[in-house]
Ligand binder design. Structure first.
Ligand code: BGC
Length: 738
């Protein structure tokens, strides 16, 4: 990896591992689509992927996952002997690919030796931030000696899938330079249309249409024979258009009209599209950037993280969210987890609250799925999907891991028992309301979400007459290694928070709109439980710190074997074995997967003293594996909170660099699990703004508690509070807000 400057990275790697990691690292996206950072000649073995936000499919009984649609930008050069010029060719002279993350522009420069002539390809591409369906590519070939090359520009229906194939009923068309490949998804027959158009400039060309089918999957291409003259570039200006579902319903005649314009002036249209795309990015960075002075490496990794967040923010369509691996592929089933609410939302809440509004609309839209899930388990209200796709059905499987010793699937209870998910959503709604004051979201469905989540907990928790308190039994907290525990402190506080929030907004509507309140209490079935609400709020068990100041993660946690992570690792019989569940090496010990009590200390930071926070982070940090990319940011936040920014800094680095270094796990057994890590990206922003700058908003007032790392001179960031924009500058000596 080469760091060129604070907005550009480059890499020359061509090994299989490099190709995989660079697919994520060099990803481009516009919230509607994500396109992996592979080269134009890539075939399915390079794992190129074009992912449409919100489009899923199921093949047979396999896991539902995002659809990797036909690759819209295949450009392949061949010698006259039909040898492909690729980054894997023996005659490769050099290769470098770059990402400009100021403007979301991927570029590459590659050269080959063909019969002693040096052939160089330079290309750039962007997924337009201005036009959610368009991907633009400029592909330039130049030589230092006369040479004849063959060039294919096409759309490839043969893509890689984790649980596919997903595409059927292929049809193709060609009209002048316009290639169209249409197909449908297997499960719901959702139509997908991919169009590729080109304008060719320079070189002497002869063109012909090609189509071949590889095991029922078509690859359509235009084949061009190019006579290249020394130093006279041949350039392809290519526009791909990608539509799915209802968006596919434009007419072929309309497409032809658009193609006519592209044929005539594709080069000019390309430049204009690039200009518009750049201006949208300029606008996004105006509010979305954070300046760190004194540490170029931190500046770069933070910006890179923010770039990834901006690239996946769904701004084009109401009611979409962000999958846990962004738009980088099919891993994690393309599902939306609590990552969105607790790790990704904060950044947008400050810089573009409309994105968070959209996340909430997604949860409102998927409320029926959450109600169905609660009902299936015998509960009332809304139990949100642990892994949520487009309808809110839970995509999480009963068996999420495979026992490496027996090869048998292991029953995991993530979906059944991570009940904190509903409360996480309520937490995010509350944050949105406090930061924006936009109560209209409540009447658009958020109030029903809150009531239903509270109702779910009503039906989940138990009253213990002996202890005269309500308890939350048989759950999994954020630490997934310890399954089915009682009174997980994080969960109990979150349930309490949800009940309190329900009460708060019932009171709010009782003062402002009694009719609305009465309608909603009736329609959600909440009415009979109102008298109980006060009892629950006051009597729910909230685990307190023990005599040493430590909050027990769950009942009996302190009785588990206490050993170091190094000792635990010595017990592993296979590096890939799963640490949690019934038989995992960590299950009967105090070693945990990720921030749990530590996450609680951050979310409810005003409820615990510094001493308690300090004791707990010291205790839990050494017992945490950080096996989830969500863990580091929480540690960095709490270390900052207790005034130890130097201890926070390595955690900040870990969360901010995760997608830059690409060091995160790529495979679990034979299953590809790589991808980008939006929750960690969001965590890096929280670490800087909430952590090092100590930014907080209470009742509309901004508070700053600066504690920058020693080598940082200054941080500047933007936050909207109640609709008003503030620029906040924090330095060693203090801060300004204007
Ligand atoms: C973590 C979850 C997280 C999910 C998606 C899991 O490994 O334990 O907390 O939501 O990954 O990022």
């Amino acid at each position: 990896m080469k760091y060129i400057d604070e907005w550009n990275i480059a890499d020359s790697g061509i090994s299989d591992d490099d190709i995989l990691i660079n697919g994520n690292r060099f990803l481009i996206g516009n919230g509607n689509l994500g396109y992996r950072g592979t080269v134009e000649e890539a075939d399915a073995t390079h794992m190129p992927a074009t992912i449409c936000n919100g489009l899923y499919d199921r093949q047979g009984k396999k896991w539902r996952e995002p659809v990797n649609i036909p690759n819209p930008i295949v450009i392949r050069l061949f010698t006259q002997q039909k040898d492909l010029l690729s980054i894997k060719s023996h005659n490769l002279l050099s290769h470098e690919q770059r990402l400009n993350f100021r403007y979301g522009i991927f570029s590459r420069s590659t050269s080959w030796n063909v019969n002693n002539s040096n052939i160089q390809v330079q290309s750039e591409r962007f997924l337009s931030m201005d036009e959610p369906h368009h991907l633009y590519v400029k592909y330039r070939v130049i030589t230092d000696a006369p040479v004849t090359l063959l060039c294919e520009r096409g759309i490839d229906g043969l893509v890689y899938d984790i649980n596919g194939p997903h595409l059927i009923q292929f049809e193709s068309d060609q009209y002048d330079s316009m290639l169209q490949l249409r197909c449908k998804t297997q499960e719901q027959l959702i139509p997908i249309t991919v169009i590729s158009e080109a304008k060719y400039v320079g070189g002497d060309t002869v063109r012909q249409f090609e189509q071949h089918t590889v095991s029922k999957v078509p690859y359509i291409a235009e084949l061009i024979k190019i006579e290249l003259h020394p130093q006279i570039p041949f350039v392809i200006y290519c526009r791909s258009s990608i539509y799915s579902g209802e968006e596919s319903s434009h007419s072929y005649e309309e497409d032809i009209k658009l193609n006519y314009a592209w044929n005539k002036e594709g080069d000019v249209l390309y430049d204009r599209a690039l200009q518009r795309h750049r201006s949208v990015w300029d606008r996004l960075w105006k509010d979305g950037d954070v300046i760190i002075e004194g540490d170029p490496a931190s500046q770069r990794s933070l910006r890179f993280s923010l770039y990834h967040l901006q690239s996946i923010a769904p701004r084009h369509r109401a009611g979409l969210s962000v999958p846990a691996r962004g738009l980088s592929g099919q891993t994690y089933k393309g599902a939306v987890f609590w990552d969105t609410e607790l790790f990704i939302s904060p950044y947008f809440l400050s810089t573009d609250p409309s994105v968070v509004r959209n996340f909430i609309l997604y949860r409102i839209r998927t409320l029926p799925g959450a109600i169905r899930k609660a009902h299936e388990y015998g509960y009332l209200g809304a139990f949100y999907a642990w892994e949520s796709q487009e309808t809110g059905e839970d995509a999480c499987s009963d068996f999420n891991v495979v026992d490496v010793f027996t090869g048998r699937p292991v029953r995991t209870y993530f979906k059944d028992k991570q009940i904190h998910i509903s409360a996480d959503i309520v937490y995010a709604i509350k944050q949105y309301l406090s930061m924006t004051g936009d109560v209209s979201i409540l009447t658009e469905g958020a109030f029903e979400v809150i009531l239903n989540c509270a109702l779910f907990y009503f039906s989940y928790i138990y009253y213990s007459p002996m202890k005269n308190r309500y308890e939350v039994l048989d759950v999994i907290g954020p630490d997934e290694y310890h399954e089915r525990v009682n009174n997980n402190a994080f969960t109990n506080y979150m349930v309490h928070f949800t009940l309190n929030t329900a009460l708060e907004y019932i009171n709010y509507f009782s003062d402002t709109d009694k009719q609305f309140l009465s309608d909603k209490l009736q329609s959600t079935g909440f009415l009979p439980y109102i008298p109980l609400l006060y009892d629950l709020v006051s009597k729910i068990y909230l685990p307190e710190p023990n005599e040493n100041g430590i909050i027990e993660q769950f009942d009996g946690y302190f009785r588990l074997e206490d050993l170091s992570i190094t000792e635990l690792k010595k017990r592993l019989l296979d590096p890939k074995e799963y640490w949690g569940g019934a038989n995992g090496v960590a299950s009967h010990t105090q070693i945990i997967k990720q921030a749990d009590v530590v996450a609680l200390l951050h979310l409810f930071k005003d409820q615990f003293s510094n001493l308690i926070k300090e004791r707990n982070i010291t205790y839990y940090a050494s017992r945490t594996e950080h096996g989830s990319s969500l863990s580091a940011s929480m540690h960095s936040l709490v270390y900052c909170d207790v005034g130890q920014p130097e201890l926070a800094f390595p955690y900040f680095k870990k969360t901010a660099e995760i997608d830059l270094t690409g060091e995160a796990k790529q495979f679990a057994g034979l299953i590809y699990i790589g991808g980008t890590h939006p929750a960690a990206n969001g965590g890096s922003w929280m670490s800087v703004v909430y952590g090092f700058c100590g930014f907080a908003v209470k009742d509309g007032t901004i508070f700053i508690k600066p504690q920058l790392p020693k080598h940082w001179k200054k941080v500047v960031f933007t936050s909207y509070v109640q609709g008003k924009k503030y620029t906040i500058t924090v330095n060693k000596d203090g801060y300004t807000i204007c």
